[in-house]
Design a protein around this ligand. Structure first.
Ligand code: 13P
Length: 251
């Protein structure tokens, strides 16, 4: 079975009003969208319920983070169990902004991934190297180490709930997109690593998507790469061109 193309929109801490969020949802609700693509949008947690209730049913909703405990004295956090209770089916974990600005380690992200899957959430698990690491030829090693922490705590069957997002840090929000060669090379390395460390069938079935300065202008070519199974889109997911990115495999 071919892997279903997957396009995620990570709104991050945007937009800054409910009205602007509504405008984005209105654009998505009235667009012609490729029905063969799985579409997931991740608004800020404050807007999750509004978006869930107003977005068309083909588009799923994701949180941008969650805690690893079910409940308790963790001010400011949201638990996987609460997300499931609110009918939010997805969560993004391990984003480089969480790793860099909030000190999240690969081991901590692995703990959260395990808890999210246990609660029946599906996880968009982000990995990626910095520019310094790429220039030192360490891309594959860095990404494998980030994945290794998760591989160590999951069972083989857990992987059906995971989409891996390869997001090179140097491409995020910079306008400097990876070339399709760079994306394919890194994502094939990820698939090979998953094949060796988990199993060939998990590697074959797991979607590996690319994120980092994806736009309507570059998504078409990236989407032709055999190991690019979709995108995780930041800035452009707030704009009308997100529709073109979702439809990047249509003519
Ligand atoms: P940009 O598309 O804005 O570069 O962000 C990518 C990203 O971080 C998605 O999670």
């Amino acid at each position: 079975m071919p892997r279903q193309f997957f396009v995620g929109g990570n709104f991050k801490m945007n937009p800054s009003s409910r009205d602007q969020t509504k405008s984005i949802i209105n654009i998505l609700n009235s667009a012609d969208l490729d029905s063969t693509t799985e579409i997931v949008i991740a608004p800020p947690s404050l807007y999750l319920m509004d978006v869930k209730e107003t977005v068309r049913s083909e588009i799923q909703v994701s949180a941008q983070n969650c805690h690893h405990k079910d409940s308790g004295a963790f001010t400011g956090e949201i638990s996987p169990v609460q997300l499931v209770d609110a009918n939010i089916p997805w969560v993004i974990l391990g984003h480089s902004e969480r790793r860099t600005h909030f000190g999240e380690t690969s081991e901590f992200i692995a703990q959260k991934t395990k808890a999210a899957l246990k609660a029946t959430l599906k996880v968009i698990l982000c990995v990626g190297e910095t520019l310094e690491e790429r220039e030192a030829g360490k891309t594959a090693a860095v990404v494998q180490k980030q994945l290794q922490a998760v591989v160590d705590v999951l069972q083989e069957s857990d992987w059906s709930g995971i989409v891996i997002a390869y997001e090179p840090v140097w491409a995020i929000g910079t306008g400097r997109v990876a070339t399709s060669f760079q994306a394919e090379e890194a994502q094939l390395d990820i698939r090979t690593y998953i094949s060796q460390s988990v199993s060939p069938s998990v590697a074959e079935n797991t979607r590996i998507i690319y994120g980092g300065s994806v736009t309507a202008a570059n998504s078409k070519e990236l989407s032709t790469q055999p190991d690019v199974d979709g995108f995780l889109v930041g800035g452009a997911s707030l704009k009308p061109e997100f529709v073109n990115i979702i439809n990047s495999r249509l003519t």
